[in-house]
Every structure is written in C-alpha cells, then in structure tokens.
Design a protein around this ligand. Structure first.
Ligand code: ADP
Ligand code: MG
Length: 299
C-alpha cells in the first residue's frame, strides 16, 4: 500500500482532569491520510479538537497518543515546510505588516537578497490588498480582518509544501473572502501544495475542497466520515450550485452538523478500525440539483 504524503495514525489528545483521576479525552483514534496536492477541509462543532489536530500537524502541539508522518518522516516540531494561518492570526506585534512577511520569507530563502525578499513579500501583500501603505503599520494599528490578511500573505509567501489554515477567512467581509478564496485556489493549482483547512462554512468547504472530513462532537471526538465533493474543477462560484452533487453534499454536511455529529458522538460509536467512512455522490441518479433541506442548528 502506498503511504500518503501526510498520514495521521491513532491520534489522541487528553488533558488531566481537574476533578478526578479520569483524564479528559478531547479526541482519540483519529486516523486519516492526505495525498500530495489534495485540498482537504475539516468540519466539526466548536471544541471537538480541530485546532488541536492542526497544531499537532504543524508540530506546535504534541498529541497524547499517535503519530503524524509527512513525507515518510515523523512530524516532531515546527518547520518552514508547513505554513500556518492560526484562528487568532498571530503576528509579531513589534514588526510592521511588511516585516512580518519578509521575516518569514527571509528565513525560508536564506540565499535571497533583501530586494528579492521584499519584492516577493510585496507580491503576496498585494494579493491580499495590503500594499497601499497599510504594510508599514504594526498589527495593533490594523483591523482584525487586515491582520488576518497579513497572516494569510505570510503563510502563502513561504510557499510551504503543506498549508495549514485554521478558519482563515472567518474575520473577512464576504467580498474579500471571495477574492482570497480564489487567490488560494490559484496558488494551490499552480503548485504542488497540499492544503488542510478548518472551516465552519459548508459552502466554503464545497467550493474549495476535494474532500471534507467530518468530526463528531467531543469528548472522544473522532473523524467519522470523509466526504468526496466530486465536483470538477475549475469551479465557478456562480455555477457550482447547479452541479447535481452540490446540494447532495451540502445536505449531507448540514445534516451531519445538525444531528449526526451528536448522535455519533461518544466512544461506543467508534468503529474498530477508527478509519473514516468514505462518502461519495458520484452516481447522479437525478440530473436536477437536489433541493436544500433546512435544519435548525441550535442545540
Ligand atoms: P476546536 O478548534 O474544534 O474548536 P480546540 O482544538 O480548540 O477545538 O479545543 C479542543 C478541546 O480541548 C476544547 O474542548 C477545549 O476545552 C479543550 N482544551 C484545550 N486546552 C485545554 C487544557 N489546557 N485543559 C483542558 N482542556 C483543554
Ligand atoms: Mg478552533
């Protein structure tokens, strides 16, 4: 069997319990692989452990059990092969937006001249619409959305083999979000990059991903399903809803979030293998787009 580019085996995260000997198990037996060049999104309710999994993939947090293998090597610490956009857009507060990017680019390309580093960094700041003077401001002088854009520019600019994105577009207005999603797709298409992205936006996941991993609620959360989107690329934002798979996938995701993530929660529902079940909608039984179903997502 071929080993995938990225392989997550038996991952678990436990915290010592404040009131008893039983530790708190956030997730356990999390197993999945990602092929080189794949774009994978992960969806699950708040608190199930998505950011923790991403930090383990980044080498910034340690799992209690299990291993992460990238390119046949165990991930043991951070590396410039992996670019991260955090949920809380962490930038170096004492550096300007531009320097936050050049700092990372210079670390990645030690042989580049100052001018090369600067030109390369500007290209990415332009991409996120921040090369108009805002690049000289420090993070405290930027809005939340602007800080998020700097952090996106920084991660993209180092052109990592694996791009790890934690709800990267959450703080952006719809127009900017659309533009940056399209830039992300363009960059991803033009490179061999692999993307692992956390989102809570089902439409964003369907528009961007090849595959969407679904996590059950914690404690004892796990990746229960791997949904193949099966919509050919390039995808046009205004036409994608007409593809026969669109609402099938969307309804499946919404139903999972509204009902099944809770019904399937808990240790007793875990399968022995712990591998996510593959869900495919590639046999269109009906060429008309399926109608959306509506659920109240309040729990
Ligand atoms: P998500 O990104 O899916 O919202 P996180 O990965 O941020 O979830 O958090 C997963 C869970 O881990 C949360 O339920 C959180 O309460 C718990 N957690 C995080 N840090 C600690 C800690 N130091 N002690 C106990 N529980 C923690
Ligand atoms: Mg999170």
């Amino acid at each position: 069997m071929n080993t995938p580019f990225l392989s997550i085996e038996g991952l678990a995260k436990r915290f010592p319990s404040p009131d008893g000997p039983e530790p708190l198990t956030v997730f356990e037996n999390v197993n999945f692989g990602i092929e080189r060049g794949e774009f994978v999104c992960i969806i699950g309710h708040s608190g199930c452990g998505k950011s923790t999994i991403m930090n383990v993939l980044a080498g910034l947090d340690e799992a209690t059990d299990g291993v992460v293998i990238m390119n046949q090597r165990e991930v043991k610490g951070p590396s410039l092969d992996r670019g991260v956009v955090f949920q809380n857009y962490s930038l170096l507060p004492w550096l300007s937006a531009l320097k936050n990017v050049t700092f990372a680019v210079a670390a990645r390309h030690k042989d580049w001249s100052k001018e090369q580093v600067r030109a390369h960094s500007y290209k990415y700041l332009e991409m996120v619409g921040l090369a108009d003077g805002a690049e000289h401001r420090k993070p405290s002088q930027l809005s939340g959305g602007m800080r998020q854009r700097v952090s996106i520019a920084r991660a993209f600019a180092i052109q990592p083999e694996l791009l790890l994105l934690d709800e990267p577009f959450g703080a952006l207005d719809a127009l900017t979000r659309g533009t940056i999603q399209d830039e992300l797709l363009k960059i991803w298409r033009g490179t061999e990059q692999t993307v692992f992205m956390i989102t809570h936006d089902v439409d964003e996941a369907i528009y961007l991903a090849d595959r969407i991993l679904l996590m059950t609620n914690g404690p004892y959360a796990r990746v229960a399903e791997s949904v193949e989107v099966g919509i050919p690329r390039p995808r046009a934002r205004d036409e994608i809803v007409e593809h026969p798979n669109y609402y099938k996938v969307r309804n499946h995701l919404v139903h999972f979030l509204a009902r099944r993530s809770k019904e399937m929660a808990g240790r007793e529902h875990a399968t022995a293998s712990g591998r996510p079940e593959t869900v495919r909608f590639d046999e269109p039984d009906d060429e008309r787009p399926a109608a959306p179903t509506l659920y109240a997502v309040n729990e």
